[in-house]
Design a protein around this ligand. Structure first.
Ligand SMILES: NC(=O)c1ccc[n+]([C@@H]2O[C@H](COP(=O)([O-])OP(=O)(O)OC[C@H]3O[C@@H](n4cnc5c(N)ncnc54)[C@H](O)[C@@H]3O)[C@@H](O)[C@H]2O)c1
Length: 404
């Protein structure tokens, strides 16, 4: 007898009902099974399904092996043969059994309907997130669900509703900074008032490589198509919005922005993402944030990174906290030179490994994951706000986003 499973309720409504209630079109036949979530015994391996096994899906799998999460991959779903091959090789190298493979666009639903799967790791392009996450909720599968949580207000509302209806389903949204020891410590100190009342944040994604999503990038071409990715304000800057909202305790009330598309049109005429933009965000606590997203930064070599970096720097009257995943930083700088800088946490830890480790810990302990639908909502809404501000080149208020 399996020591995983408690009971399974019959199919009630499936995610189609949630989609319909939120006004989202759902063209699919209703075949998903709404079931009770699987309980995982502390000593049992987690029986995993992988939905989307491209770059990120394989990185999350690598992390699961590295942190020695006890698991077995029962099935994978992905229509891309090359990515399936790499994943089977990856699993085979670890001496694990070959999982069942589902290759159709809609076959992830067959994976979700399996009774021998406790949890899924979902890493597909952003335009597919909401529907697959809703199906996972309906099937009662715990999930590590990559960011951005989704790409529209209707999807945000549907996912909030799904999590409210199914509090027993663990949904960790893939904002790895929320599980990072140094981010957690720094933000805790910031919120305790180490810098005084924060009035400024300076954030950036300044990049020189790529850009991601050029036509020769295989499945990853979606990065260069706004309709699929939601554009950089949703797909990538969502990490920064998540940190800003975490620090400020809420999402911004307004934003202004300007930007430029077409920086890489000479390579890809169809590319329509905004590879450069600047935005200013106003938070309810008075914090003003300045943000730059730029895929065309110069970079001489790995040492001379004058222009590049991914960071968030907060300033208050008593000092500032500089945080960043690249280059790594988590340091308090006092305003007075007489005082010492303070470093936070262990910067050598890989934040994605910490995040995956957290997921498996929460699965077994029943703890609430540090990143879920609540903060996923704030980050997506902030992305939608900034995107509208940049597209329209004006100051946009959050109420316009919420009432659209
Ligand atoms: N947290 C992070 O730092 C981070 C980093 C990179 C990517 N991501 C996110 O991970 C997700 C995937 O990004 P990626 O870089 O792996 O892209 P990718 O293109 O490399 O992989 C996506 C995979 O999804 C598959 N797919 C497409 N439709 C599918 C379907 N209907 N069913 C099952 N699989 C399907 C594709 O075939 C592909 O193998 C995106 O949401 C991205 O934003 C997060």
């Amino acid at each position: 007898m399996s020591n995983h499973r408690s009971s399974r309720r019959d199919f009630l409504a499936g995610s189609a009902a949630v989609l319909a209630a939120s006004g989202l079109a759902d063209p699919r036949p209703a075949t998903a099974v709404e079931a009770g979530p699987l309980r995982i015994a502390p000593d049992a391996p987690v029986r995993l399904g992988l939905i989307g096994v491209g770059g990120r899906g394989n990185e999350l799998l690598r992390c699961a092996y590295t942190v020695k999460a006890r698991f077995t991959v029962k099935a994978i779903a992905d229509p891309n043969e090359a990515n399936i091959g790499k994943t089977l090789e990856h699993i085979g190298k670890h001496g694990d059994d070959k999982p069942e493979v589902y290759r159709g666009e809609e076959d992830y639903r067959k994976l979700l309907a399996r009774e021998d799967i406790d949890a899924v790791i979902i890493a597909v392009p952003p335009d597919l997130h909401a529907r697959i996450y809703l199906d996972a909720f309906a099937a009662g599968k715990h999930m590590y669900a990559e960011k951005p949580m989704c790409v529209s207000v209707a999807e945000v509302n549907a996912l909030v509703e799904a999590q409210t209806r199914r509090p027993d389903v663990l949904c960790q949204i893939g904002f790895q900074r929320r599980s990072s020891n140094f981010y957690r410590e720094a933000i805790a100190r910031l919120r305790e008032g180490m810098c005084g009342e924060i009035f400024e944040c300076l954030g950036a994604w300044r990049l020189s490589g790529g850009p991601l999503g050029l036509p020769d990038s295989g499945t990853q071409i979606w990065f260069g198509r706004a309709e699929r990715s939601g554009d950089w304000m949703i797909e990538q800057a969502c990490h920064t919005w998540d940190v800003m909202c975490w620090a400020a305790g809420d999402m911004p009330v307004a934003a202004y922005g300007r930007g430029r598309r077409g920086l890489f049109r000479h390579i890809d005429p169809q590319r329509d993402v905004t590879d450069f933009y600047l935005a200013q965000l106003e938070f309810p606590n008075g914090m003003l944030a300045d943000f730059e997203h730029n895929w065309m930064c110069p970079q001489f070599d790995d040492e001379k990174r004058e222009f590049t970096g991914i960071f968030e720097r907060f300033t208050g009257p008593k000092g500032g906290i500089a945080l960043g995943e690249w280059p790594r930083q988590a340091r308090f700088f006092p305003r007075s030179g007489k005082d010492k800088c303070v470093d936070f946490g262990d910067l050598s830890k890989n934040t994605t490994e910490e995040s995956v480790e957290t997921f498996f810990r929460c699965l077994r302990s029943g703890e609430k994951p540090p990143s879920g639908v609540e903060n996923g909502r704030l980050a997506t809404l902030t992305g939608l706000l900034v995107r509208k501000a940049v597209y329209e080149g004006r100051r946009v208020e959050m109420k316009e986003i919420l009432t659209a």
